[in-house]
Design a protein around this ligand. Structure first.
Ligand code: GDP
Ligand code: MG
Length: 768
């Protein structure tokens, strides 16, 4: 061991040549990528041999823990190692045992571990959040406190010891955001992005949380490993406000430590936490995605998908983060992407997505992202922060004070729901009659202009009767969708979810489950997909499994037909009651599931509270049009097909009992206790394809006549509860990823439907 060059720069795995070996010190980089590398065996202290590293070759082959792996050069550049040649500098470090004959490997190993105890920490925060004070408090330096924006773009570094670790702390210039508008912003962002500090301390002034946390949301997007120093905690205490920062930390997956950097309070705890995070033993750390709302998220996904196909993206970039930056029209990100092989098409796609966003939201996509971030922060603070004194109220606050009021919030919400169902029924009645008339005319016309025979019967009694019986409900469904999309777009849905949070907790869920549940009133399939915003697995599973109880709009025609026929005076109220029954069943089911199957504890998460805005006609129209298209497609597809099948089953064989009668006879023993005759049984069976088919089958079979108000009621409940349609079952399988749960759900709903209908009919029979 003679003549060594002491390396000043840290050596990276990519620097080792073929035949050389090194010991892993640490893995830089971020998130999932970093985790994967570590899982492959690149753990601190492990030996790596380079099997093949040709200067221009990519990937490089390594041997670690006796198996071979190949890494890309860009990946290998993120792994810090030490090389034998670094050992002499070790012998100066008194840390190593000075035994004469130590195995080189062992020595390297010990040195690597020691070197791994060096943590590079970057301080990031708004101007005047107290970074310099913190820096000075630790190091005893006397940097000038008080900041002048834009003067210096330069980082000061200090190193110190804490609990056996060497911490190298860099004080970065203060910034409000990480966009690339000002040199400071750009500097800080590049520093975090390219230098991979082991841990970022995001210093947040407690006196101005909303604005300070904005930067935090951007750091979350960057997927930086972070600890938040909640500075100026003294001022928070003085103000008398209550802030549950532990809960906030759990929501955003970042540990939060209160500090008063001016007086050096909390600094020890802060760096204890930094060490825990560095050593991956902090329980709070978790990578969350800020939810930017449906429209922006769709845009992000579109761009992300494209980036995933790009071979030369490199692992240094999170594709989600890059997509967000592109949509925010960030110049640096654009520049970076333009140099990629598929750069131009990505930019074209970006422009297209931005136009879509601007059309739908009526604001440019940059502002849309900014608003969504503030919405996220507002939601997080609303759940964790309590102001002691009353504040000035602007419109959003005023509206929020009313609709999220502890007492008035609920009746307002129920009233809104009630109005929604009333309108669905009553406003929908006018166009319904018109369409009914048109369908009858069409049938008459065919009847008169075609020669009698099977074909004519098929068209009039099968297709027109069946499809026409369902299509008349299109207006009702559109009205329902108008309401749902108004609630979503105006921001009221988020508030409704917010006030429902407490109730949802009682169900073992979270307010975030509420939006998919309400969407379920429209159609269960997109609602099942919407549960993806729920981060916790168990909450998501429960939400998925109870969703079929949310009565979708396909069931609406059945209710409208039956409620309109048998309860003409109170149709709206009956409708409301049926829906409410679904909700109650979902609550009971959720509680059972939480109690017996999904017991694990919940991670809290943030309910985004976007600012209120008046929905644009355009976006409501697009929403509604989208649904009507789907509905019409269903008419031309499964409902048409089912109508033909049902008609054929009734029409054939021409001699003796038709197939439908045989099928009905077969179902009869199961259906009789519910008060249903054969035709109702067959209608229900046909509804498994799609619930609207229940109506078309009833039309074809003239089944309504056999009902009474009581059996109509028990039938509505049966339709509410039993087997969700084929599309829902398939989506359920897709989203839960489990046949077991899907089949259980099918079985459970159908058996439950039978029992509820049974009880209603049997008990009801005593009274009527
Ligand atoms: P920087 O711009 O982030 O570097 O912030 P400075 O460290 O320059 O601090 C800005 C101002 O806030 C100075 O007047 C500090 O004295 C004050 N300050 C910093 N930390 C605290 C704290 O924890 N509590 C209180 N009350 N004031 C603080
Ligand atoms: Mg400063």
């Amino acid at each position: 061991m003679t003549n060594f060059v002491v390396k000043t720069k840290n050596m990276r795995l990519a620097d080792l040549r073929t035949g050389e070996s090194g010991i892993v010190v640490k893995v830089a980089g971020r998130g999932a990528f970093r985790k994967r590398i570590i899982e492959m065996g690149f753990v601190k202290g492990k030996r790596v041999d380079v099997l093949l590293n040709a200067p221009l070759k990519d990937p490089i082959k390594y041997k670690i823990m006796d198996f071979e792996v190949s890494l890309r050069r860009s990946e290998a550049a993120l792994i810090e190692v030490i090389h034998e040649s670094e050992i002499p500098s070790v012998s100066d470090d008194a840390v190593l045992p000075e035994k004469a004959k130590i195995d080189t490997d062992e020595l390297l190993h010990a040195y690597a571990l020691q070197k791994g105890k060096k943590i590079r920490v970057a301080l990031v925060g708004n101007p005047n959040a107290g970074k310099t004070s913190l820096f000075n408090a630790i190091t005893g330096a006397h940097e000038h406190v008080g900041n002048y924006g834009g003067v210096t773009v330069d980082a000061k570094a200090q190193r110190f010891e804490h609990k056996g670790y060497t911490i190298q702390l860099v004080d970065l210039p203060g910034t409000y955001s990480l966009s690339s508008y000002t040199p400071e912003e750009r500097y800080v962002r590049n520093y975090v992005q390219d230098n991979h500090p082991d841990v970022v301390i995001n210093i947040v002034a407690a006196s101005n949380l909303e604005r300070n946390l904005y930067l935090t949301t951007q750091l979350i997007d960057m997927d930086a490993r972070m600890v938040i120093a909640l500075n100026m905690f003294d001022e928070l205490e003085k103000s008398g406000d209550k802030f549950d920062y532990d809960l906030l930390g759990k929501m955003i997956g970042i540990p939060i430590v209160p500090t008063v950097s001016k007086y050096g309070r909390g600094i020890g705890e802060l760096f204890d936490t930094v060490i825990d995070v560095y050593e991956e033993r902090n329980p709070v750390i978790r990578h969350v995605h800020i939810n930017y709302g449906e429209i922006l998220e769709q845009g992000i996904t579109q761009i992300q998908k494209m980036l995933h196909t790009c071979p030369d993206l490199g692992k240094n970039w999170s594709s989600r983060y890059l997509s967000i930056q592109l949509l925010e029209k960030d110049k640096d990100a654009e520049h970076f992407v333009k140099n990629l092989s598929i750069g131009d098409s990505v930019i074209d796609k970006r422009d297209e997505v931005c136009r879509q966003i601007e059309q739908l939201l009526q604001e440019d996509s940059e502002s849309a992202f900014i608003n969504a971030r503030y919405g996220y922060i507002a939601g997080a603070l609303k759940e964790t922060y309590q102001v002691s004194k009353t504040e000035e109220e602007d419109t959003t606050r005023l509206l929020d004070a009313i609709v999220t009021h502890k007492v008035f919030g609920y009746p307002i919400f129920l009233l809104f729901m009630f109005v929604m169902f009333q309108a669905t029924f009553q406003l929908g009645a006018y166009p319904l009659e018109a369409i009914e008339w048109a369908v009858a005319k069409l049938s008459e016309f065919v009847q008169n202009s075609m020669a009698p025979g099977a074909l004519r019967d098929l068209i009039t009694d099968g297709i027109i009767q069946g499809v026409g019986g369902v299509i008349v409900f299109l207006p009702n469904i559109l009205i329902l969708y108008c309401f749902i999309s108004f609630m979503e777009d105006s921001g009221y849905m988020a508030r409704a979810a917010f006030i429902m949070d407490k109730i949802m907790h009682k169900m073992g869920l979270h307010g975030k489950s509420f939006i998919p549940l309400v969407m379920g009133f429209g159609c269960n399939v997109p609602a099942l997909m919407a549960t993806r915003t729920i981060e916790s697995h168990s909450s998501r599973m429960i939400t998925l499994l109870v969703l079929p109880f949310m009565s979708c709009s396909a069931r609406l025609p059945v209710y409208i037909l039956l409620a309109g026929t048998f309860f003409p005076q109170n149709a709206g109220a009956v409708l409301f009651a049926v829906y409410a029954t679904g909700v109650i069943l979902s609550i009971i089911t959720a509680r059972l599931l939480r109690r017996f199957f999904f017991k694990e504890e919940e991670v809290p998460f943030v309910m985004e509270l976007p600012p209120y805005r008046l929905p644009t006609w355009k976006s409501v129209a697009i929403h509604v049009w989208d649904r009507s298209r789907q509905y019409l497609r269903k008419m031309g597809g499964i409902i048409l097909l089912a109508s033909i099948v049902v008609w054929a089953l009734e029409y054939f064989p021409r001699e003796g009992d038709s197939f439908i009668v045989q099928l009905g006879n077969w179902l009869e023993p199961v259906m009789r206790p519910l008060g249903f005759n054969q035709n109702i049984g067959v209608s229900l069976l046909s509804g498994m394809a799609a619930k609207e088919v229940v109506v078309s089958t009833m039309e074809i079979l003239n089944a309504v006549e056999s009902l009474t108000p009581l059996t109509a009621l028990s039938m509505m409940l049966f339709v509410l509860i039993y087997f969700p349609c084929i599309a829902t079952v398939s989506a359920m399988h897709h989203e839960t990823g489990s046949w077991k749960w899907t089949l259980l759900s099918v079985l459970y709903t159908t058996v439950l439907a039978w029992f509820v209908a049974f009880l209603v009919y049997q008990i009801g029979s005593f009274f009527v």
